[in-house]
Each structure stands twice: as C-alpha cells, then as structure tokens.
Design a protein around this ligand. Sequence first.
Ligand SMILES: N[C@@H](CCC(=O)N[C@@H](CS)C(=O)NCC(=O)O)C(=O)O
Length: 212
Amino acid sequence: MKLYVWKIAPNPRRVCIYLIEKGIEVPTEEVGVPGKPILDPAFLERAPHRRVPVLELDDGTLISEAMAICRYFETQHPEPPLMGADALEMALVEMWERMSEFEGLLAVAESFRNAKRSFAGRALPGIPGELAQIPELIERGKQRAGVYFDKLEARLGEARHLAGERFTVADITAWCTVDFAKFIEIETVEGRPNLARWRDEVAGRESIRATA
Ligand SMILES: N[C@@H](CCC(=O)N[C@@H](CS)C(=O)NCC(=O)O)C(=O)O
C-alpha cells in the first residue's frame, strides 16, 4: 500500500492529518516536483484523475478523493471515530465536511488558482492540457470563501467542533481551508471570535503541527 501526496497542497494534507489522528502508518511518496507547482509527469501517467491524494492498494487498485481514502481506513479502524459514530453524527460530519470542501476549500482554490502566475494555463487541477485563468474568479472565490467563513463562525458559536463535541474529518477539511486561505488576501479569523477560538484549539493538535 502507498499514499501519493504533494506535501504543500491542502487535499493530500487532509488525509495525512487523518492518518496521524488515527495512528495509522502508511508509506507515502511525494509526487510534487521540487520548486515547481506541478505533479511528477511519471505519476500523472499512472493516475487517471491527475490529482492527489491517491491511495494505491497492494493489488494495484487506485483510490482517489481524500474522503474516499479516509472512508477506506475508517471502515477498518473505527476508533477513534472521525467520521461519526451513529446515524446523526455521521450525517452531521458529512454535512459539514462536504460544505467545507465545496463552499470553502474550492472557493479558496478558485481565487488562488486564478490569481497565481505559477498556475497560468492550469486554472483547475486534474485537467489535461491548458486551461486559462479567469481574473474575475479571484474576487468571486474570496466572496464565496467569506460566506463560508461566516457560516463557520455561526456554527462554532453553538458547537465546540463542526459536527459537535468531537473533532472529525469536517474539522480537518475546514482547517485545511482556513490555513490555505493565507495564500489569498482574505480575512479568516479577524472579526470572527468563534472561528478564532476553534482555530487556536485545532492548531494545538499533534496532527496539525506535524503536517504544518
Ligand atoms: N476532491 C479532491 C481534490 C484533489 C485535488 O484537487 N488535489 C490537488 C492538490 S490540493 C491536485 O492534485 N492538484 C494537481 C495539480 O494542480 O496539477 C480530493 O478530495 O482529493
């Protein structure tokens, strides 16, 4: 088994944090090209979805998508539960995790990928060939991310973590989003005291410090 990662990128980081929280050790291979914001062409030839993280099983099966990889491990190592322990918690974890990826992480990525010169012609991950940046999406991504951070602020005023008392994969995706946002010009915790409280608490976790 092997986990393919790109250590500077937020999506592989979601899985790395998850594995540390679970105490599961998996051999990893870095497939980012040093000094360039691209994946190793040899890896891309073997990875049909052209993105990381990818988990390769011993029989050659390739699993893409951070949450699919976490689900694979969660089913075999249910303790401590990071994807919910009963019907309600599972639903709340999935709700907040999906919102965090689709409304948060993708919004920050939209602004980032359309702004950075080093991503010119590569405005979306996973697309073969050229894809032009759209400058209007820099601000639109920030606007979307701001709405998401407000949503986190409201939720974290009523709960310790996103899905309730327990730290879960929803917090992992939200953390990676808040941390990734330092690469775009946007306020995250400023003026959002509940988000600041959560950010400071989560920042102290060993899994977060180990993947910083
Ligand atoms: N929804 C996917 C997102 C994967 C993704 O976008 N990964 C980025 C790194 S954060 C990537 O592989 N980028 C490759 C590239 O930019 O060429 C997941 O959950 O794994």
